[in-house]
Design a protein around this ligand. Structure first.
Ligand code: FE
Ligand code: ZN
Length: 545
């Protein structure tokens, strides 16, 4: 019940405070009360508080009359209903741990478990960090940031069936056009119009199903808007080693087989054309990339952050790099959030989402004033979980303005150019799906997953897995415009690599290993800062651990 009630709100991007959650769940008919509250909420509501509910349903009912008896009765020794329900579901929840972008409650359990003791953390002291004496060329620069894609305020998602039809139609036709640019594919016919007498076939389709026969051969069902065809890939062919994922669009050439299918001789992906010229800034200026700060978590690496602030202010060494940094791109998971995974409250030092952003703004306020900070959400942030995720809402943005932080708030994903250099920034949740679908891919090597995205020209090719995708009229997860820099976070790893002229960056984390990661034997690579000189395209990864 708790899950159902909370899902009503969180699926619309509304966060339910602990008190509000208790108020609803303690009421006589939680579900119908929740529906009533939801219907009465003004559009754009971000937080559901106790007071708001009182305003809609009337004041809370008085506490139970038999107070003394409750204290003495053995029943009172048991956890309250909400806690019990949570406990009962635990095993199931633990299986799905990372999938819970949707659940937003929160402190219901935390306060019962005595999490309150951690509610007033000792804040990281950043006072007294001196500015370096070196000349900072970036200080005199104006901003040269141009946003080319941002979903905020432009979402067309209605969530109904026709939305999904539009979405898939756009995915197929856009990627088909990209494949038609490959040699030989421009005349590719639709599946139902393939010439029945032609021995050689060439077509473009979406991967519907992949299977391996008993003999080890691969069978792939390809689909377009006119029909389905089975593609046969013999196990001894080189193509048998090609990675294929559900819902991606590929081109296939081969010979017709006697069962009406096709025996593949070539497979092409939309991919990035080779020989592209990389764009450069006209003067020396640099961009730094980070993500997954997870402010609010008890594993946030404060001391490393302090060294990062020293570096940025020119008193921590490497001033020739620090002095060029004009832009800081933060690719999501700004804060740890609340209710993202079971028992998260036990690992939080800040239990209020607003206060987590408050603390993040304070941390940023110690960075140099000339810095332009680009902030986008990830799956831990307080926006709708379905991608593309809009930018942080206005009340949260104001927290940064109030702290004097020069920030731009963009969606996840978003595209923009810095000094003419095109950046595509995506938090990277779909890597969870790619890593579980593709044998050999691991969290330690996220650049491999990013390369798959570029080859597929799609940031979340697999549909209907852990990554919630909003059925927009257009598929905004398609990589339409080829970036010069493609950055992701999410996997708490770090690395840089060039793929066909696109610089891939995975931007580390500021969170130490969590108990969940420990349990899964995952070692994060925290407190690294990839920096790119946008004029020379020279790159460096700084380490603050
Ligand atoms: Fe993260
Ligand atoms: Zn994440």
């Amino acid at each position: 019940m708790q899950r159902k009630v909370l899902d009503l709100f969180t699926s619309r991007g509304i966060l339910v405070t602990a008190q509000a959650g208790e108020r609803l769940l303690d009421s006589k008919d939680p579900l119908s009360n929740a529906e009533q509250v939801l219907a009465a909420l003004p559009e754009g509501t971000l937080f559901l508080t106790h007071d708001v509910i009182d305003g809609i349903l009337g004041p809370s009912p008085p506490p139970p009359k038999e107070e003394e008896e409750v204290q003495e009765s053995p029943v009172s020794a048991e956890p309250p209903a909400g806690g019990e329900e949570k406990g009962g579901e635990r095993n199931e929840e633990e299986e799905e741990w990372e999938e819970k972008g949707e659940e937003a409650d929160i402190e219901l359990g935390g306060r019962e478990r005595g999490g309150e003791g951690k509610e007033h953390p000792h804040l990281l002291d950043l006072n007294g960090i001196p500015d370096g004496t070196a000349d900072f060329p970036a200080r005199g620069l104006g901003s040269n940031l141009e946003v080319t894609f941002d979903i905020t305020g432009c979402s067309t998602s209605s969530g109904d069936i026709s939305g999904f039809q539009h979405y898939f139609k756009d995915r197929y036709s856009t990627l088909r056009e990209m494949i038609r640019k490959h040699r030989g594919y421009s005349p590719a016919a639709k599946i139902s119009q393939l010439d029945p007498h032609a021995a050689e076939l060439r077509l473009i389709g979406m991967v519907k199903e992949c299977s391996t026969t008993k003999a080890g051969n691969k069978m792939v069902d390809l689909e377009d808007d006119t029909g389905v065809i089975t593609v046969f890939i013999p196990k001894d062919s080189d193509l048998a080693r090609t990675t294929l994922v559900h819902d991606e669009v590929i081109g296939v050439a081969g010979k017709r087989d006697n069962r009406g299918g096709l025996r593949a001789e070539e497979i092409v992906f939309p991919d990035i054309p080779i020989g592209r010229k990389r764009k450069k800034a006209e003067y020396p200026v640099a961009a730094a990339f980070c993500s997954d700060i997870h402010v609010g978590s008890d594993t946030f690496l404060g001391e490393a952050w302090k060294r990062f602030v020293e570096f940025m202010r020119g008193s921590g060494g490497d001033e020739e790099w620090a002095g060029l940094i004009k832009y800081l791109v933060v690719a999501g998971d700004l804060v740890d959030g609340i209710g993202i995974y079971p028992k998260q409250e036990e690992e939080l030092v800040i239990h209020d989402i607003g206060k987590q952003y408050e603390e993040l703004a304070r941390l940023f306020s110690y960075l140099p004033d000339h810095l332009e900070i680009i902030l986008m959400p990830g799956n831990h942030d307080a926006v709708r979980p379905a991608e593309p995720q809009p930018a942080l809402a206005a009340p949260l943005q104001e927290i940064f303005t109030d702290h004097g932080v020069n920030a731009r708030f963009l969606s996840n994903p978003s595209s923009f150019s810095l000094e003419g250099v095109k950046v595509l920034a995506y938090h990277g949740r779909s890597m969870d799906d790619l890593l579980s679908a593709v044998p050999g891919l691991t969290y330690e090597h996220p650049l491999e997953a990013m390369r798959i995205m570029l080859q597929r020209r799609h940031m979340a090719p697999i549909y209907g897995s852990k990554t919630p995708l909003a059925p927009e009229n257009e598929d905004h997860m398609i990589i339409r415009d080829i970036p010069d820099i493609f950055v992701t976070g999410h996997v708490h790893s770090a690395g840089m690599e060039l793929y066909r002229g696109v610089l891939l960056i995975n931007s580390s984390t500021w969170q130490d290993q969590t108990s969940y990661q420990k349990m899964h034997n995952f070692n994060p690579v925290p407190a690294k800062l990839p920096v790119v000189n946008l004029q020379s395209l020279e790159c460096r990864v700084f380490d603050f651990l």
